[in-house]
Design a binder for this molecule. Structure first.
Ligand SMILES: NC(=O)c1ccc[n+]([C@@H]2O[C@H](COP(=O)([O-])OP(=O)(O)OC[C@H]3O[C@@H](n4cnc5c(N)ncnc54)[C@H](OP(=O)(O)O)[C@@H]3O)[C@@H](O)[C@H]2O)c1
Length: 245
């Protein structure tokens, strides 16, 4: 196996400016892929992520709430790199609280960014993905387990991603394309800091005594993106420190 298993491959990661997405961008680039990634707000952080890869990665401003932005990001990536091999749907948001307290805007944002934009990106990417193509969605263990109240709509969106992944595996296998759903447990990011107020209760239901890192998720995603993972498709795979054990 080559030391850089993604050499010659091209990738698009949504939401790569911070957190889990930034970890995925860094690892795909380190493993040899040319990587484009989207961001909506964090322009300076996006530029830092790109610079840290030595210019291998390219930021694209694209708001996942708008289908034109998502479709343009896919088209720009394919045009810049001369094709597209790997799509990682990572951009996501979460609003938590009793369902009657959630604002309609918060519900709409979760449905639009976590579900609708994933469907849009996959449809656009399928114009470019060929034999050996990879689609990797970033879901959540909350699709399988919601141990705390206040997670219902977020869990709904991640359950939708799980079902979409399963269904599309059937459609895409004849084209030699795999699709999988990586379900992180608590990962130390702005959205879920390891020293945040929710950490003690999260750690209380886990087998391990620590949060995961974006780099650990990046390594898992890179494996799924590589040639050795060709027989894995339609799966929802947990990386959760035993959250669901
Ligand atoms: N952290 C965890 O514990 C955990 C656990 C399970 C699943 N996940 C999933 O992992 C993914 C990343 O989470 P995270 O913890 O890394 O979150 P984060 O630290 O809040 O980062 C979110 C990323 O998504 C981007 N993003 C948000 N809204 C966007 C939009 N409208 N258009 C384009 N990009 C957008 C952000 O870019 P800008 O800042 O530039 O807008 C940022 O790069 C999400 O799908 C989340 O559900 C996280």
């Amino acid at each position: 196996m080559a030391t850089r298993p993604l050499e010659g491959k091209t990738a698009l990661v949504t939401g790569g400016s911070r957190g889990v997405g930034a970890g995925i961008v860094a690892r795909l680039a380190a493993d040899g892929a040319k990587v484009a990634f989207t961001y909506a707000q964090a322009r300076e952080q996006a530029e830092s992520v790109a610079a840290a890869t030595g210019g291998v990665a390219h930021p694209i401003h694209a708001d996942s709430r708008h289908e034109q932005d998502v479709e343009a990001a896919v088209a720009q990536t394919a045009e810049r790199f001369g094709g597209l091999d790997i799509l990682v749907n990572n951009a996501g948001v979460g609003s938590f609280g009793p369902i009657t307290d959630l604002k309609i805007d918060e519900i709409d944002a979760m449905l639009t960014i976590n579900v609708r934009s994933v469907v849009i990106a996959i449809r656009a990417a399928l114009a470019h993905l060929g034999e050996g193509g990879r689609i990797i969605n970033i879901g959540s263990i909350n699709a399988d387990r919601t141990p705390f109240p206040g997670q219902s709509v977020y869990a709904l969106t991640k359950g939708a991603v799980q079902s979409l992944t399963r269904g599309l595996a059937r459609e895409l296998a004849p084209r030699g394309i795999t699709i999988n759903n990586v379900q992180p447990g608590p990962i130390d990011t702005d959205a879920n800091p390891a020293d945040g107020p929710l950490a003690p209760s999260m750690l209380g239901v886990m087998a391990t005594d620590r949060y995961g890192t974006a780099a650990e998720v990046g390594a898992f995603v890179s494996y799924l993106a590589g040639p050795e993972a060709a027989y894995i498709t339609g799966s929802s795979l947990n990386i959760d420190g035993g959250f669901t054990a």
